[in-house]
Design a protein around this ligand. Structure first.
Ligand code: B12
Ligand code: SF4
Length: 468
């Protein structure tokens, strides 16, 4: 076990203490179980965000798992093709999850249900960040994770006395987290639209504090984790459910490697299970060869790494202390030596970006044979320190375009036109046939090759207007 203090978090507000009947007593007193409709709305963005297969929404599955103890659940995921009803008369509660890029749609659904007299809950990162905005589209906004406000929220729903805002004073240790029940998603008639990757969570939070990221705002400096056995048991239960050992897991953690000791112990445990996995990871200790070695041995075949920029001044300006340019190449080569492919994230649109930024990124990707480069445009997300800094410069607050693939503000050095011109050129160069061959030759023929093929077709069609 690691130090107990990592399991707790900074207080964020004062907790309301509820005396009176327990949740069980309140549930027993109900004549019929209240009916909840849970909704994962689709985003309206023109980019490839919600197309093809989509990942099972762990956030809403966690809400369903918790709520199903006392309430009847209907689970709809608009991304897979589930139709959201116009008439909500069959439900008492309509609970909607939202990120910024589907907030407009989430609000519309919320307003419709509210107009029909339903209790409407809005949760997820966007309502959390902009709770004042979200309030007018629902009955109650839930700040952050549902687990930490559950007792108070469930009690109020039983008693029909809703508050407009639920925020807990402290975060519950992750060891108390109920294992997610995937049947809510898997029983859907459109379940085939879900990716085969099984989402899983080992840790929450990330104290690195990058200025453009919402995680430090929501969870502060806290970093919580589940006991390793709980994570491994969850993996085993999926192996039993599906009757096979070689399953693919995708960690939903903000930064799974923040505590090296925990991370390495978890991987050693996973090495015995024979699973495959991928995760978002920060660079803070990937330059150490033993980390990549145990990651490879434990079944990792893809790591998603935010390289963000090849310019040290830019890294400093965004407070990305975990990224040290001098470690980039070593980290990549350590992972490659262990047959781990890299999904590398690169951001453009900083005031200090120049044409040289694009050339440096191209050279880095080609020299280091990054398998799956992803390019995005710098997007100030509401609630982040970066948003506050840029509010007066962003071109619009059209949430449908907050997908990191739209042009958000004019960068001081390059200007908008040159930014988009170079952004498109870089993507085409990296995904042209000869460049794909150079980056991918000799690598296992799997879905990463397929993604490169798709990107080749996609990047050929790019025009600056797409980003506006
Ligand atoms: C894993 C992850 C991904 C994965 C999987 C995404 C998925 N489909 O779930 C991948 C890599 C595919 C991905 C892609 C993207 N992501 Co992402 N991703 C994350 C990450 C790190 C964790 C999300 C997660 O599943 N956490 C675990 C679950 C259990 O926790 P949770 O989502 O917070 O849910 C809890 C609460 O929010 C609450 N809750 C949530 N919904 C509801 C609803 C109700 C009614 C209630 C009561 C409570 C409630 O209770 C839940 C259970 O505890 C978050 C960071 C974060 N911490 O949110 C970024 C994050 C969500 N991603 C972000 C972005 C920008 C993207 C992309 C646009 C990036 C890109 N350019 O491709 C795409 C968009 C994909 C999409 N269609 O939404 C941003 C979104 C910012 C914003 N304001 O919207 C985040 C917040 C990171 C950041 N930069 O700050 N992402
Ligand atoms: S390292 Fe990643 S998760 Fe952590 S604050 Fe920075 S962007 Fe957010």
């Amino acid at each position: 076990m690691l130090a107990e203090d990592l399991q707790t978090a900074e207080p964020t507000a004062s907790r309301s203490h509820n005396a009176g009947p327990s949740l069980e007593q309140l549930a027993d007193a109900q004549k019929t179980r209240k009916k909840w409709l849970l909704v994962q709305p689709k985003s309206q963005t023109s980019m490839m965000v919600d197309s093809g297969t989509v990942s099972m929404p762990l956030n809403l599955i966690m809400v369903a798992t918790l709520a199903s103890k006392y309430f009847d659940i209907t689970f709809l995921d608009e991304r897979t093709g589930d139709a959201i009803p116009q008439d909500f008369s069959g439900f008492d509660v309509v609970a909607i999850t939202s990120r910024t890029l589907n907030a407009t749609n989430a609000y519309k659904i919320g307003e419709r249900a509210k107009a029909q007299g339903k209790i409407v809950l809005l949760g997820g990162v966007h309502p959390t960040m902009l709770h004042d905005e979200a309030t007018s589209h629902c009955t109650s906004v839930i700040y952050g994770e549902i687990e930490s406000v559950w007792d108070e929220l469930a009690r109020d729903i039983f008693q029909g006395k809703m508050k407009s805002f639920y925020k807990s004073s402290d975060l519950r240790p992750m060891t108390t987290m109920t294992p997610p029940d995937f049947s809510f998603a898997l029983n859907s008639p459109h379940a085939k639209k879900y990716s085969q990757l099984i989402p899983i969570l080992a840790t929450k939070g990330c104290p690195v504090g990058c200025s453009f990221c919402t995680t430090p705002t929501v969870y502060g400096k806290s970093y919580r984790y589940r006991e390793i056995d709980l994570v491994l048991n969850e993996m085993r239960s999926h192996q039993e459910r599906l009757g096979k050992q070689k399953l693919r897991f995708s960690f939903m953690d903000d930064n799974i490697s923040f505590r090296p000791k925990y991370f390495m112990e978890l991987l050693e445990g996973m090495a015995k299970l024979g699973v495959r996995w991928n995760a978002n990871i920060s660079m803070n200790f990937l330059h150490k060869p033993e980390v990549a070695e145990v990651a490879g041995r434990s079944g990792c075949d893809l790591m998603s790494i935010g390289f963000e920029s090849l310019n040290p001044d830019i890294l400093k300006s965004m407070n990305k202390g975990s990224n040290r340019l001098q470690n980039y190449e070593t980290a990549v080569s350590n992972l490659h030596k262990n047959n781990i492919a890299i999904q590398g994230y690169f951001i453009f649109g900083f005031d200090d970006d120049t044409e040289k930024s694009f050339q440096a990124t191209y050279d880095f990707i080609m020299k280091n044979r990054i398998e799956f480069p992803v390019f995005s445009l710098l997007t100030p997300f509401p609630g982040t320190p970066y948003f506050e800094e840029m509010k007066s410069r962003v071109r619009h607050f059209d949430w449908d375009k907050y997908d990191t693939y739209h042009y958000m503000f004019e960068p001081k050095t390059l200007g908008g036109e040159k930014l988009l011109e170079n952004f498109i050129k870089l993507q085409r160069e990296v995904y042209k046939g000869s460049a794909i061959m150079k980056r991918m030759q000799g690598k296992p023929v799997n879905w990463v090759w397929f993604v490169n093929f798709l990107m080749n077709r996609f990047t050929r069609k790019l025009t600056p207007e797409i980003y506006l």
